[in-house]
Design a protein around this ligand. Structure first.
Ligand SMILES: O=C(O)COP(=O)(O)O
Ligand SMILES: [Mg+2]
Length: 227
C-alpha cells in the first residue's frame, strides 16, 4: 500500500534542462530572430551554455557570440521576433526528460506538492508545461517576471513554495545549473542536481544534497535527504 510519507513536503523544479529538454525549440527561435536581423545563426552545440538565465540573456549571448557591440540594445529589437517564433513552436521539439511524468505522479501519490521555479517568463513557462500535458502536476508555476528578483535570488524559490501552499522548512529544490544551486542556497533549501541538463554544473558536487542521474531515482533520493 502507498504511504503518504512525503505529505507536507514541497518539491520545487527548475524547468529548462530539468523537467524539459527545451534546447531545440529555444535554439530554433534564437536563430530565427538572429537571422531576421541579419546575424549569423548560433551552432546547436553552443545553445546549452546560453540557457538558464532567461531568454533575454540567451539572445544577449547569441549576439555576444558574434561580437555585436551594444548587445543589450540589440536584444530588445530582437525580442518580438523571438517571442513570436517561440510561442508558435513552443512544443515542436521540446520533450519531458524520460521518467519525469512518472516521478511527478509518484511524488503526488506520496503526498508531496510540486512547484516550478524558472527563469523563463511566466507565460512561456505555462505554455510549455501545458503543451507537454503536465501543468496540472504543479501547485505553483513561478516565472522570472512573476517575482521582483529571479534566480539566483532565493526569494524566487521561496515564492514558488509559498504560492504552492508549502513551507520553506519542508522544501527541496531540483535543478540543472549553478543558478539553481545558488538560489537554493540563498533560500536555505537542500539542492538536488540533475546532470542531464544544460549546466553549468555546481563547482563542488560534494556540496549538493543529491545527484539525480535519472528520474526513476528521484523519489528515493528525496526520501534519503529528508530522513
Ligand atoms: O530559459 C532559461 O534561460 C531559463 O530557464 P530555467 O530557469 O527553467 O532553467
Ligand atoms: Mg535550468
Amino acid at each position: 500500500m502507498e504511504t503518504r510519507d512525503l505529505q507536507g513536503w514541497t518539491i520545487v523544479f527548475d524547468l529548462d534542462g530539468t523537467l524539459v529538454d527545451s534546447a531545440p525549440d529555444l535554439h530554433a527561435a534564437l536563430n530565427h530572430c538572429l537571422m531576421r536581423a541579419g546575424f549569423r545563426p548560433v551552432p546547436f552545440e553552443l545553445i546549452s551554455g546560453m540557457i538558464g538565465e532567461g531568454a533575454k540573456a540567451m539572445i544577449r549571448k547569441g549576439l555576444a557570440y558574434q561580437k555585436v557591440d551594444n548587445a543589450d540594445a540589440a536584444v530588445d529589437s530582437l525580442w518580438d521576433d523571438f517571442l513570436d517564433h517561440y510561442r508558435r513552436n513552443i512544443c515542436n521539439l521540446s520533450e519531458l526528460y524520460p521518467g519525469a511524468d512518472a516521478a511527478l505522479a509518484q511524488l503526488a501519490d506520496a503526498g508531496a506538492i510540486c512547484a516550478v521555479c524558472t527563469n523563463k517568463t511566466q507565460a512561456l513557462s505555462e505554455a510549455v508545461l501545458l503543451g507537454l500535458g503536465i501543468s496540472h502536476r504543479f501547485a505553483s508555476i513561478v516565472g522570472a517576471d512573476a517575482v521582483p528578483s529571479k534566480k539566483p535570488d532565493g526569494d524566487h524559490i521561496i515564492q514558488a513554495v509559498l504560492r504552492a501552499g508549502g513551507t520553506t522548512n519542508c522544501a527541496i529544490m531540483i535543478g540543472d545549473s549553478q543558478t539553481d544551486e545558488k538560489a537554493a542556497r540563498n533560500a536555505g533549501l537542500p539542492f538536488v542536481f540533475v546532470p542531464f541538463g544544460y549546466g553549468p554544473s555546481p563547482t563542488d558536487l560534494s556540496e549538493v544534497s543529491g545527484i539525480c542521474e535519472t528520474y526513476s531515482e528521484l523519489p528515493g533520493l528525496i526520501r534519503a535527504i529528508i530522513a
